[in-house]
Design a protein around this ligand. Structure first.
Ligand code: SF4
Length: 609
């Protein structure tokens, strides 16, 4: 029994994601040794960022342009070469633009330089760091023109198809002209997956940016080996649990879905495929049984103290665009607060669980020894204060030297002593959700935080030398323009935060997400209508109207203003661009005030990648 687990594009290429190493560790612990994990996201990015790929693309552009000059091909052929026939002039001019960019900006050489810079000491030269991401962004724009109107960016992709519609996803997966992932997967990637002879392929999609690439991969695998059981997992599908329950077209491309946590689900799936094939025994499983779609309940919740250390073997750790390995790990699953009325993260984890500190220490020690890294990212939704305290004490007592960061709440239990201890234990940054500084909005959000606690924690962090990232939400239902600007003023006037090393802040536009507690009592939040577009049978959110505060369109304008104002004070690079890059910069430049000045200059002149 061979099991291959795949992490598809698009995802930030700075560090690996935790899901597949956790699953691989568990399957091996349970005696399934023939498991392999593939980060196709970084494999594809590595291939794309090469002089060879630039050359191939240039030749293809020349061919397409020369065919277009004689004059445009007849309709059938032009569809293949130039996208929609009616767009041929625009497509032609975009292909010409891409060829010019590649040639005049010498992307043949520069792309290799950019990739090498980000993987080497040059990463720490802020000018070169920013320039590298700009070159990569430019090259991906040019490459995407082959598939116009589709686009690829560093962390995302877009096509004319909606990722919220099953019929669109199926069309996208079958569109070899405009879906770039068909060309990117065919050949080496597909052959290497098939060569291992898997009985099960699990594809994990944690973001909507991965949905079309994931189903494209599934379709291509089915064409090559229809007997492989393809199962799709990840938080995107867990949130779609009720949508998958009806008979669904996506079963044309995959055999099953795994919801919530996948450890025992994959183990039992392997048992059933080798044994009696009784899928009703597989926990957290959605599958087709004749004309019926079955969802196996009750859902299984993992005991995280029985899980092993994540196993990153098989991930190409030296391919990430980073000079050092930054590995994610978890000290807990779920959120101990679980009350914020806009948040649907509670859906991914049915219950909050905390891993024993002894085991977390063991994980850290094993990762240091096995993967030669001292940089770690706790990807918990929200590290509990008691765990922060005990973990910091143990790291200090046992002399374990790591540099790390974690997501955490502005909890009133975060004392100066605990934060100083965390810093002494190597914590360089904490990621908080401020969301708002307005009392009425914070109460409506049920954040359970007060602005005086927020200010105390900011002061304690900066005194201790821990950098701060804050998320802010603009446009929460019933929020007025004045209330949104009050939050902006809280940040704009907070010199302690703004002047602190490594500070970053990302405003987000409010989105009414599926399963958010708000939906249980829309009247309380002044929502007058809630709907999702008819076509979008896989919608992860809703459009809404409100009779109080900013209308959704006004919220978009205010969000734009808030973002612009925050960008003026806080540099995008490196801290607002990539958390793991920011961790490495903090480690290297602790105490270097020049970095912030230089980064601001970049922000003001270059904008965001
Ligand atoms: S926003 Fe954060 S603290 Fe609030 S419920 Fe969600 S994960 Fe928990």
């Amino acid at each position: 029994m061979q099991i291959t687990l795949i992490f598809p594009p698009s995802w930030i290429p700075s560090q690996p994601f935790l899901s597949l190493p956790s699953l691989q560790g568990f399957l091996r612990q349970e005696g399934i040794d023939n498991v392999s994990i593939r980060d196709i996201n970084i494999e594809v990015m590595d291939t794309l960022l090469s002089a060879k790929k630039v050359n191939e693309t240039y030749v293809r552009l020349e061919e397409m342009l020369s065919r277009g000059k004689r004059p445009f091909a007849p309709t059938g052929q032009s569809k293949k070469s130039f996208g929609h026939a009616e767009n041929k002039d625009e497509v032609f001019s975009r292909l010409g633009w891409a060829r010019e960019v590649i040639e005049y900006e010498n992307l043949f050489q520069k792309i290799e330089w950019a990739k090498a810079t980000l993987r080497s000491e040059g990463f720490y030269n802020l000018d070169d760091y920013v320039e590298s991401w700009k070159i990569i962004d430019r090259w991906l724009q040019a490459f995407g023109m082959l598939y116009y109107p589709s686009e690829i960016t560093i962390t995302d992709n877009s096509m004319k198809y909606s990722v919220y519609s099953s019929s669109d996803i199926i069309m996208a997966a079958n569109d070899d002209n405009e879906n770039p992932y068909h060309d990117l997967f065919k050949g080496q990637i597909m052959n290497s997956i098939i060569k291992r002879g898997p009985s099960i392929v699990g594809i994990s999609a944690t973001a909507t940016s991965q949905v079309i690439p994931a189903f494209t991969l599934a379709r291509m695998l089915k064409e090559m080996r229809s007997d492989i059981h393809i199962t799709m997992g990840g938080s995107v599908f867990t949130k779609l649990i009720d949508n998958l329950q009806g008979s669904h077209g996506l079963f044309e491309l995959v055999d099953s879905f795994i919801l919530f946590e996948g450890e025992h689900a994959l183990l039992e799936l392997a048992n059933q495929i080798e044994g009696k094939g009784d899928f009703s025994k597989v926990p957290n499983f959605v599958y087709k049984d004749g004309e019926q779609t079955r969802v196996n309940k009750p859902f299984h919740i993992e005991d995280i103290n029985s899980l092993p250390t994540p196993d990153y073997d098989g991930f190409p750790l030296d391919l990430y665009l980073s000079p050092k390995r930054v590995l994610p790990l978890q000290g807990s699953r779920g959120c101990y607060w679980r009350k914020c009325t806009f948040c649907n993260l509670h859906v991914d984890n049915l219950r909050f669980r905390q891993r024993n500190t002894d085991l977390v220490l063991e994980d850290i020690t094993k990762l240091i020894e096995k993967y030669k890294t001292e940089n770690m990212f706790f990807s918990d939704e929200c590290m509990p204060v008691n765990q922060l305290d005990s973990l910091s004490s143990r790291l200090i007592d046992e002399g374990i030297e790591i540099k790390w960061m974690a997501g955490i709440r502005f909890d009133k239990g975060l004392t100066k002593g605990i934060l100083q201890k965390a810093r002494n234990a190597g914590c360089l940054k904490m990621v908080f959700g401020l969301e708002s500084s307005n009392k009425r909005i914070l109460t409506l959000m049920d954040k359970g935080i007060k602005t005086d606690t927020v200010q105390n924690v900011i002061n304690y962090c900066t005194d201790s030398g821990i950098a701060i990232h804050m998320y802010v939400i603009v446009g929460f239902p019933s929020e007025t323009r004045e209330e949104a600007l009050e939050t902006l003023d809280f940040i704009r006037s907070n010199e302690t935060f703004l002047d602190s090393k490594g500070a970053s802040c990302l405003p987000c536009l409010f989105e009414l997400e599926k399963h958010a507690p708000i939906l249980r009592d829309p009247g309380k939040y002044k929502l007058t209508s809630i709907a999702h577009p008819k076509h979008d049978d896989l919608s992860l959110g809703y459009v809404y109207e409100t009779n109080s505060g900013m209308a959704p369109n006004e919220a978009i304008d205010v969000y734009g203003y808030v973002k612009e104002e925050i960008d003026k004070r806080l540099p995008i690079f490196p801290y607002n661009f990539s958390m793991s890059d920011g961790l490495l910069y903090l480690d290297r430049f602790s105490g270097d005030a020049r970095l912030k000045t230089a980064a601001l200059a970049h922000c003001n002149t270059n904008g965001q990648v």
